[in-house]
Design a binder for this molecule. Structure first.
Ligand code: ZN
Length: 375
C-alpha cells in the first residue's frame, strides 16, 4: 500500500496515485516539448492535457465504482497508474446483468462527457469536428486546442475500452452478454478467445508499422485474457471445497518463549517454512521465513520468537472456501495461513496445499465431494 499516495476520498473510496504516476507527466512533457518540437510551451501543454485526461480516467473508474456499490460490492480504492486507472472491487459479481452494468458504467461516463463537451463546443464555437487540424497546432496553449485534445482523448478512451477483450471493459461486457445464454466458464472461454484473437491482430498491426506502443497494448490484452481464463477455471474447480478438505494437521509450532535458534533448527529439519506460535492451544502469532531472516539480521539467536513474530495474522476456519483462501494468499503475500477454530490452533494451510487440490481435481473432478452448495 506504500507504493501509492492518497489524493482524496469520494463516496468512501480512496483515490490514490501510484508513485510511478509522475512518469506519465514527464513523458508528456518530453513528447510535446521535445519530440513535437513544442519547447517549454509544448511541454506545459502536454502536462496540462495529460492531467485533464487523468481527471477523466478517474471519472471513468468512479462510474464502475458507483455501479458496483449499487449492487452492494465494496470498492476498496481507485489507483491511478501511468497506463490508466484501476478501480479495485472486492469481487466481480457472477450475475451477468450486474457484471454488464458495472462494466458498461465506465465507458458510459466517457460518452456522457462527450455529449456534454460537444454541447460546450457548439456553444463556444470550438472546432472539435476537425480534431486533427487543431491538434497539429498543439504547441500553442489555447483553450481551444486543450479542449479539442481532451474531447478527442475522452471519446477515444470510451471507444477503446469497449474493445471486446479482457482486461478492457468490453471483454466483461461480452462475457456478461454470453453468460446470459451460456454457462459462465464457457462464456469466459469464448470471450477470452476473442480477446486473444484481437491481441494477435493488434500485435501484427504493431509489427507492420503501428509502433511499439501498439505491440505493448496487444501484449497486455493477451495477458489479460489468459489471466481471466485461469481465474475462472480455478474458481470453477475450487468452488464448494473447504479448508477442512486440504489443510495439514501435523504442523510444527513454536512456543512464545522458544528462541530464534529453535526456529532455525525447526526450519532446517522440516518441510515447513512458516511456524505458528501457540500459547497452549491458542494461536498468538506467526513466524514466517522472511521474518526469521530479518530478525536474525537484527537480534541474537537467543531472542524469544514472541519478540519478533507477526501478531496481526490472518487466519481461516475449516469451513472457509478454498477459493477465498487462495485470494487471501495473493492479497497478504503469505505462504502459509493458520487454520483456527475459536482461537484454537488446528493446523496450517499453504498455497502449495491449494495448488495440489487444483492439479488433482483438474485431472479428476470427482476426487473430493463439494462440501458447500455452489451459489
Ligand atoms: Zn473501465
Amino acid at each position: 500500500m506504500d507504493s501509492s499516495i492518497k489524493l482524496f476520498t469520494v463516496r468512501g473510496i480512496d483515490i490514490r496515485m501510484h508513485i510511478t504516476f509522475p512518469l506519465i507527466l514527464i513523458w508528456a512533457a518530453i513528447q510535446f516539448g521535445f519530440l513535437a518540437r513544442g519547447g517549454v510551451m509544448g511541454a506545459l501543454f502536454g502536462v496540462i492535457v495529460v492531467t485533464l485526461l487523468f481527471v477523466i480516467v478517474t471519472l471513468h473508474e468512479l462510474g464502475h465504482s458507483v455501479a458496483a456499490q449499487h449492487y452492494g460490492v465494496p470498492v476498496e480504492q481507485i489507483v491511478l497508474l501511468p497506463i490508466g486507472g484501476v478501480a479495485q472491487l472486492s469481487r466481480i459479481p457472477e450475475n451477468p446483468i450486474q457484471e454488464f452494468v458495472i462494466a458498461i458504467a465506465g465507458p458510459a461516463v466517457n460518452f456522457a462527457l462527450a455529449i456534454l463537451l460537444g454541447i460546450v463546443a457548439l456553444a463556444l464555437d470550438i472546432p472539435v469536428s476537425r480534431p486533427l487540424e487543431t491538434l497539429v497546432e498543439v504547441q500553442r496553449i489555447t483553450f481551444s486546442s486543450i479542449f479539442t485534445y481532451v474531447f478527442v482523448s475522452n471519446l477515444f478512451l470510451g471507444i477503446f475500452n469497449l474493445l471486446p477483450a479482457f482486461p478492457m471493459d468490453g471483454g466483461r461486457v461480452l462475457r456478461a452478454l454470453l453468460a446470459t445464454r451460456l454457462e459462465y466458464t464457457r462464456a469466459t472461454s469464448i470471450a477470452t478467445s476473442i480477446g486473444r484473437g484481437m491481441a494477435w491482430l493488434l500485435g501484427l498491426y504493431g509489427f507492420l508499422g503501428g509502433g511499439f506502443f501498439i505491440i505493448l497494448i496487444a501484449f497486455f490484452i493477451y495477458m489479460g485474457a489468459s489471466q481471466e481464463e485461469a481465474l475462472v477455471k480455478t474458481r470453477a474447480i475450487l468452488r464448494g471445497l473447504t479448508v477442512r478438505q486440504a489443510f495439514s494437521r501435523q504442523a510444527y509450532t513454536l512456543r512464545p518463549e522458544d528462541t530464534l535458534q529453535d526456529a532455525v533448527n525447526l526450519t532446517l529439519s522440516t518441510f515447513q517454512a512458516s511456524f505458528p506460535v501457540c500459547d497452549g492451544s491458542q494461536l498468538v502469532g506467526l513466524l514466517t521465513y522472511p521474518k526469521l531472516v530479518e530478525a536474525l539480521s537484527q537480534y541474537p539467536p537467543s531472542t524469544p520468537v514472541a519478540e519478533v513474530m507477526l501478531r496481526d495474522v490472518p487466519t481461516v476456519s475449516p469451513d472457509d472456501e478454498l477459493f477465498d483462501v487462495q485470494r487471501l494468499f495473493q492479497e497478504k503475500q503469505l505462504e502459509a495461513i493458520p487454520v483456527v477454530d475459536n482461537g484454537r490452533f488446528l493446523g496450517l494451510i499453504t498455497s502449495g496445499d491449494i495448488g495440489e487440490v487444483y492439479r488433482l481435481l483438474s485431472v479428476e473432478p470427482n476426487l473430493l465431494p463439494k462440501e458447500r452448495v455452489v451459489g
